[in-house]
Design a binder for this molecule. Sequence first.
Ligand SMILES: [Zn+2]
Length: 66
Amino acid sequence: MSITVSCPTCQTEVEWSENSPNRPFCSERCKLIDLGEWANEEKSIPGEPAVIPEQEPGNDDHYGQS
Ligand SMILES: [Zn+2]
C-alpha cells in the first residue's frame, strides 16, 4: 500500500514515501517554482510602503487618533 499526492505545481502523482524527498512536490524543480510564486505574491502586496516615513518628533496627531 502506498499513498500518493498530487504535486501542487504540475499535479503529477507523487508517492508519499522516502522515495520522494521533495514531496508533496514531484521534484525539486516544482518545489522551487512553487516557493518562487509564493515569494512573488508576498512582494506584490499593494499598500505596503517600500520606505517607512520618518516620524516627526513633537507631532502628537498620530497618538491622538486612537
Ligand atoms: Zn511537479
